[in-house]
Design a protein around this ligand. Structure first.
Ligand SMILES: O=C(O)C(=O)C[C@]1(C(=O)O)C=C[C@@H](O)C=C1
Length: 390
């Protein structure tokens, strides 16, 4: 039997005892100090679910709109401490915003125990990590001042790029202000009493399943994709599944009361995910430490144009660390003079230089000569740590 019980419960009620709670309305109202004039007079109401209502600063775990009724909220899974698990934000809960300003609130995609939560904590050790249902929700949470930062995965050493986040970087106007490399150690876990030989299927995030492909194929398990690794663990625990396991972190096994059947099941022991830190404002690029700059561009037509684009960096001894191409969504196909159809692309390029560096500025000026579009997504300190923190 599982050492911890999984139960469903209604969301904790909000008790409105003192300021800043509004005495007329049972929902707290919070005045935000916005730096810009445009936002200064905004008075935002939101209901706040925390487990100690009288200490907002410590308990702001997830925020929802006052329009969302408690009954509309999903029931949650709880294990050891029923009230300790924040619920993820969803997009339809984002039409208002709140931030207490005293502590950095950092959005991540997934539920408690997701690798993204650990990455957020690596980026900001004292932050309040705020779970979000989807990547889009995390972007919107920053844009709407609900949180201060978002930490989102962008690529993994085994699984490759997280394309969705490349596309969202362009769709939203946030700035990359940092990166975090996080060593991912996957565990195969199941409910207590379930043995490896009882398993027929395994649930996890598609990236995690891809990172463990050889191991899982070797075990003959059917792979089922879900939103995040910890969400998979939560699901297996909640439904007390006897034929299914989850691939997730050891932290997720602990949180949801699952038994770890195998550790380090990723196909390469060196499995690193790179996360981006996003904010509303860019940071001032420096030259005092290694910086990286991320840009996105589209290029003119013509032979050798990509070669020319990349040469602007090579000519200046600027190292490229990543290039990713994505379809140009508003015009994915281009018809040439001879009536052939070509795919049109956006190129995402990371290079190892700061925008404060004249050399980098010259390279981008040069690139603009044959780029039809160019945007700097951010210039930020490189994570040069040797990714520990499993
Ligand atoms: O599902 C999680 O735990 C996540 O944080 C997401 C995610 C990803 O999107 O790549 C992050 C790191 C791991 O590589 C696997 C999954």
């Amino acid at each position: 039997m599982a050492s911890s019980r999984i139960i469903s419960h209604s969301p904790p009620n909000l008790h409105c005892q003192s300021s800043p709670f509004d005495s007329v309305n049972p929902l707290p109202s919070i005045n935000l100090n916005f730096p810009s004039k445009r936002h200064r007079n905004l008075r935002i109401r939101a209901s706040i679910r925390g487990h100690r209502d009288n200490d907002i600063n410590d308990t702001l775990q997830s925020v929802e709109l006052r329009t969302s009724s408690a009954s509309a909220l999903p029931n949650d899974v709880v294990s050891k401490d029923p009230l300790s698990l924040p619920r993820p934000l969803s997009s339809n809960q984002l039409s208002s915003a709140v931030s207490d300003g005293s502590r950095l609130r950092v959005a991540y995609q997934g539920v408690r125990g997701a690798y993204s939560e650990s990455a957020a904590q690596k980026a900001y050790p004292n932050c309040e990590a705020v779970p979000c249902e989807q990547f889009d929700t995390a972007f919107e949470a920053v844009e709407r001042w609900l949180v201060d930062r978002a930490v989102l995965p962008i690529e993994n050493s085994l699984g490759g790029s997280i394309h969705r986040n490349y596309d969202l970087l362009l769709r939203h106007r946030l700035h990359i202000v940092g990166e975090v490399k996080y060593a991912v150690h996957h565990c195969l876990m199941a409910n207590h009493g379930v043995k490896l030989e009882n398993l027929k299927r395994v649930l996890s995030h598609p990236q995690a399943l891809a990172q463990c492909e050889n191991t899982l194929a070797g075990l003959g398990l059917v792979r089922e994709a879900v939103d995040d690794t910890a969400g998979a663990a939560k699901h297996v625990a909640l439904h007390e599944l006897q034929d299914a396991g989850a691939v997730a972190s050891s932290a997720a096994a602990e949180i949801y009361g699952l038994n770890v059947l195998a550790r380090d099941i990723q196909d390469d022991s060196d499995n690193v995910t790179r996360f981006l830190v996003l904010a509303r404002e860019p940071i001032l690029p420096g030259t005092d430490r290694p910086f990286k700059t991320s840009i996105v561009c589209s290029l003119e037509e013509g032979p050798g144009i990509l070669f020319k684009a990349l040469a602007v960096f090579a000519l200046r001894q600027i190292n490229l660390s990543k290039i990713e191409s994505r379809p140009l969504r508003n015009q994915p196909l281009r018809t040439s003079d001879d009536n052939n159809k070509y795919f049109d692309y956006l190129f995402y390029i990371d290079f190892e230089a700061s925008m404060a560096d004249q050399n980098a500025q010259n390279a981008l000026r040069h690139l603009k000569e044959f780029a039809t579009f160019l945007r700097v997504l951010g210039s930020y300190p490189m994570d040069t740590s040797h990714t520990s923190m499993a």
